[in-house]
Design a protein. Sequence first.
Length: 373
Amino acid sequence: MIRITAILLLLLAPLQADIAAAKEIGERLRKKAQRTDTGWTFAKGPGVYAGDAGVAIYFAALYRATKDKRWLEATRETLRHAVDEMPTACGLYVGRAGVGEACLECFWATGDKRFLRDARRCAERLPEYAATDIISGAAGTGIFLLNLHRATGDKKHLAAAQRAGDYLLAHAVRKGGQASWPIAPGKNKAVYLGFSHGAAGIGYFLLHLGRRTGVKRYTVRAHEAAQFLLEHEEDGHWWRTVPATSTLRRVQWCHGAPGIGLFFKELPEYADAYKRCLTVTEKEGRTARESGCQCHGVAGNAELFLEEYVARKDKRWFEEARKSGRVLLKSHMKIDYDPSYMTGLAGMGHFFLRLADPAGTPLPLMIRTEKPK
């Protein structure tokens, strides 16, 4: 396929431009795929963050949007390799739980029950937790287990999610109505604030675990995490760690207002803090870092705008997300990114699909509150 220039994409109607950009990225990814005996690989490992499972999530979303069976084939081939090479470590973005979550995302997008079978397989023999966070620890693995329970109704997965929650409760540092967590108890005492490694992501999981189970202690700790975040807020900004180990106050999904806002959005009592996250991301989210990616770039930051639009249908935030899409087209489409979901092409492509159909293309790797159709 001949690459469509950013200028031509910008001349198309918005919906056409979003779908065209997503398809172009899909074609570029197909060209990068390495064919093996066990499926397609992008030589970055099997995980979600940088590897094959994350690319499979994007292919599945592209199939859902277009119904082009080439993308279903790409999904199957890429995920087959990821499952075959499944990590032994737990973790949503870098481990076994992430491959399982990718299987769930692909099942929900395509209806192929083989993906659900593989998701169940990923939940077998999960290792002991060695970290607390979303990326590699108990909180992220718990998200997968809650989603697997939602998809199957099997109570053993809910019980496993509670074990992840109990691990987090056991390692919470509580003081003055606040809770925080070392990233790796007994090994790394660093305390993070953001969604990827810190209190925001852990609080997000515990909040949903409490709602699903009705067990108050999880919900209480989630609110204590929110209080910890408020204590360390500086007008909608947060340092990466407590105490600060960097002079930079980041505004991105992994560290800062865009990711922390995803947690505050779930808590009506913290509506003012959530609004500050939206405001800071609106002002700084397209210029905070020269990247278009999901983890620490324009696409990931703008997901907060889309989540707000889906929740409340306020077109202002959809227009903010669309502005971010135009920045991607102008400044980042020409760059030959790596193929990954969190730092490269697949995540950017998924964002364009979300722009085309925000409600019909859910933000992946988050907790599903209703059973997907």
